[in-house]
Design a protein around this ligand. Structure first.
Ligand SMILES: [Zn+2]
Length: 168
């Protein structure tokens, strides 16, 4: 495995302002915060992306994120709302390939936001929505859906075209 800055933080080999640590996960302050109080939560065991992460560990990350969201509001930091954000794969803007869940404090007019693509605003027909929902439902209920079994970790080897197509 190539050198991983987040693994180094877990080991204590790289500096970090740690807000939480247990046997499964570590939470620390983002060094380039979107807003003050921006926290990253990572699994202690290296997983490049969701396809390498145990489901129970993913659940744990979310549980810690919920607790940190509450704690942030009690710190006195400006926090009128919270975004939880996880980028999985290059096409989703993942930059550090060790799973990390962002907890981002938000307040009105903080200037942060998601930028929508040119097709945003288009409303698909109910048939189209139903079709996709049915396909997802069939896959979830009839196949062994375990992200760990996916053959293409992080989707790094896939052209974006394929990723978009595979949703439909
Ligand atoms: Zn790592």
């Amino acid at each position: 495995m190539t050198k991983c800055i987040f693994c180094d933080i877990v080991k204590g080999a790289a500096p970090a302002s740690v807000a939480h640590h247990d046997k499964t996960a570590t939470a620390f302050m983002d060094i380039q915060p979107i807003n003050p109080g921006h926290v990253l939560i990572i699994p202690n065991t290296h997983a490049a992306c969701l396809s390498e992460l145990e489901g129970e560990v993913g659940e744990h990350l979310f549980r810690i994120a919920m607790r940190i969201a509450v704690a942030l509001k009690r710190t006195g930091i400006r926090c009128e709302g919270v975004n939880l954000f996880l980028a999985d794969g290059k096409a989703a803007s993942q930059e550090i390939f060790h799973v990390h869940l962002h907890v981002i404090p938000r307040f009105r007019e903080d200037g942060f936001g998601l930028r929508f693509g040119p097709n945003y605003g288009f409303r698909p027909s109910r048939d189209e929505l139903d079709n996709i929902a049915i396909k997802i439902k069939e896959i979830i209920h009839s196949q062994n859906v375990n992200p760990k079994n996916e053959t293409s970790p992080c989707g790094n080897d896939l052209p974006l075209r394929f990723i978009v197509k595979s949703i439909y």
